[in-house]
Design a protein around this ligand. Structure first.
Ligand SMILES: Cc1cc2nc3c(=O)[nH]c(=O)nc-3n(C[C@H](O)[C@H](O)[C@H](O)COP(=O)(O)O)c2cc1C
Length: 163
């Protein structure tokens, strides 16, 4: 994939069955796409790819990651697990040091999904650029505001090469 010079790519890998996670992802992408971010440093291209369609090349081409999943059966969604199954080893040692954030949408405390994703990201050598955002219950404006801020701060860090 060709990249414009002085561009950073934020890859958003997400899954949502009933729309809750998707609402958070869309808010995060909105925050990451704030035109003001492009004024402060490198241009940030945001790529939102559903987990079942995200490929190894998408990961290798990215400078940072936003992972978003519901908690299903005490774990990350099957779709995000399949994403890691397909990309983990081909990307191992090629994406170390890159920043990521995690968004979990759950009915309860989301700890099972967080505890599933964080060790895999650590195994890849990805660096957490902040705490996971865990949203319990119905998505409200406070949740989407938090997701928007998360996306904005991750993109701003990429624009400034902070991570
Ligand atoms: C099959 C299934 C399993 C679930 N398992 C859990 C769970 O283990 N823990 C939890 O907190 N919520 C669980 N939930 C609730 C979902 O995390 C919650 O409905 C979430 O908002 C779904 O996200 P989505 O709207 O993006 O699909 C489960 C929901 C489904 C459909």
């Amino acid at each position: 994939m060709s990249r414009r010079p002085n561009t950073r790519t934020l890859l958003v890998v997400w899954h949502s069955a009933s729309g809750g996670t998707r609402a958070l992802v869309e808010a995060a992408v909105d925050g990451a796409s704030d035109p003001a971010i492009d004024e402060i440093g490198a241009l940030v291209e945001v790529r939102m790819v559903e987990a079942l369609h995200a490929e190894v090349e998408d990961v290798l081409d990215a400078d940072g990651f936003l992972l978003a999943t519901p908690e299903n059966f005490g774990y990350m969604s099957g779709a995000l697990k399949v994403f890691f199954d397909r990309t983990y080893y081909p990307c191992l040692d090629h994406t170390r040091g890159k920043p990521y954030r995690l968004v979990v949408k759950a009915g309860g405390d989301g700890a099972g999904a967080v505890d599933a994703v964080v060790p895999l990201a650590a195994g890849l050598g990805w660096r957490p650029a902040g705490e996971p955002l865990v949203v319990k219950g119905e998505v409200n404006d406070g949740h989407t505001d938090a997701a928007r801020e998360l996306g904005g701060s991750l993109a701003a860090g990429l624009a400034l090469d902070l991570w």
